[in-house]
Design a protein around this ligand. Structure first.
Ligand SMILES: NC(=O)c1ccc[n+]([C@@H]2O[C@H](COP(=O)([O-])OP(=O)(O)OC[C@H]3O[C@@H](n4cnc5c(N)ncnc54)[C@H](OP(=O)(O)O)[C@@H]3O)[C@@H](O)[C@H]2O)c1
Length: 310
């Protein structure tokens, strides 16, 4: 099955290759501290967001779950994504059980392999798990679909060469529904997006605003377009990604920003503006692979990655 897109702005919905409908805009929660994220999640849901992105590695699933409950929005109306941490690749069943317990729910809408890198355990996080790679992890993740604990499965931080390796493996029976990758005007990755589209894999844009202390907030090209539209650079970046077919998960713990990131209805970019934003020559990557025991980015399209973070 292929993917498709309907609606505009906050009403954007992406239909995944499973037929599931994912709201186009969600709240990101990386680096949202436990004492901040509960309120942020509650506020986002009360503002109208219906999609929350978290991960076991963020250490805040518990508070994300509490924020969902505080909001009063029924669980059935919320798209909830979480991710399998690198040290849990050999313990997929335990990984999802741990996340569900922390989140206080009995299923997630989307479960992602956070990185294509299997490490030993928390003490040996810097060592690659020999004799085990992301294809083995995917084989285990596929089994989760029969348990009802996950509605859809996907990957994250997969470049084209790793996707090809995964898709051609005989044990790969399920095409990932989503590939969550870094996408902003300084890292547009058009080849990866085109490859994913061809294979029926939806792309979600992480660090879609350029992350903490984003240089994009001061980009002259972006500022000019934002001023002409009477909108903020952040709102323009969100619409740019939505219009090119990627869902967005902007992170904020600031109430006014959570609200303004959701005030994008009526904002449309012309094909010329889209092209201008996709052609900003500067490149930077928020999430590199230097902190991992193996390389996962191979500079296939300016994604060599030098920053040691995730
Ligand atoms: N799969 C992966 O490996 C991966 C990697 C990175 C991120 N992610 C996911 O993607 C989400 C988003 O990425 P991100 O957290 O790196 O960065 P981001 O959403 O691009 O940017 C977040 C930063 O922008 C600020 N901000 C938010 N809205 C703003 C606005 N309207 N005006 C000015 N500043 C604004 C936030 O500050 P305040 O919070 O202080 O308001 C925060 O410092 C993450 O939270 C996480 O859920 C996934």
């Amino acid at each position: 099955m292929t993917t498709s897109q309907s609606g505009k702005g906050t009403k954007t919905v992406f239909t995944l290759n499973t037929g599931a409908k994912m709201p186009g805009i969600g709240l990101g929660t990386w680096q949202s501290k436990p004492n901040e994220v509960r309120e942020a999640v509650k506020h986002a849901l009360q503002t109208g967001y219906r999609h929350i992105d978290t991960a076991l590695a963020y250490g805040n699933e518990n508070e994300v779950g509490q924020g969902i409950k505080d909001s009063g929005v029924p669980r059935s109306e919320i798209w909830l994504t979480t991710k399998l941490d690198n040290t849990w690749h050999k313990r997929v069943q335990e990984g999802i059980d741990s996340s569900l317990k922390s989140l206080g729910t009995d299923y997630v809408d989307l479960y992602l392999m956070h990185w294509p890198s299997s490490t030993f355990d928390d003490e040996k996080r810097d060592k690659h798990e020999e004799g085990w790679d992301f294809r083995d992890t995917w084989r285990e993740m596929q089994k989760l679909l029969d348990t009802g604990k996950v509605k859809n499965i996907g990957v994250s931080n997969f470049v084209i060469s790793n996707l090809e390796k995964l898709l051609k493996d005989p044990s790969c029976k399920v095409v990932p529904a989503v590939n969550q990758i870094e996408l902003h005007p300084n890292m547009p990755s058009p080849k990866t997006m085109a490859f994913c589209k061809e294979k029926g894999i939806h792309c979600t844009a992480y660090s879609c605003l350029g992350s903490t202390d984003s240089p994009l907030a001061h980009d002259k090209t972006l500022q000019k377009i934002a001023e002409a539209k009477g909108k903020s650079p952040q709102q323009v970046m969100l619409v740019w990604n939505l219009q090119r077919g990627a869902s967005v998960i902007p992170k904020s713990v600031t109430k006014s920003r959570i609200e303004s990131n959701f005030q994008i209805d009526g904002l449309e970019l012309t094909s010329e503006e889209m092209q201008t934003l996709s052609s900003i020559p500067d490149r930077f990557k928020v999430c590199g692979d230097a902190w991992l025991p193996i390389k996962v980015f191979f500079n296939e399209e300016g994604d060599g990655g030098k920053t040691p973070s995730h």
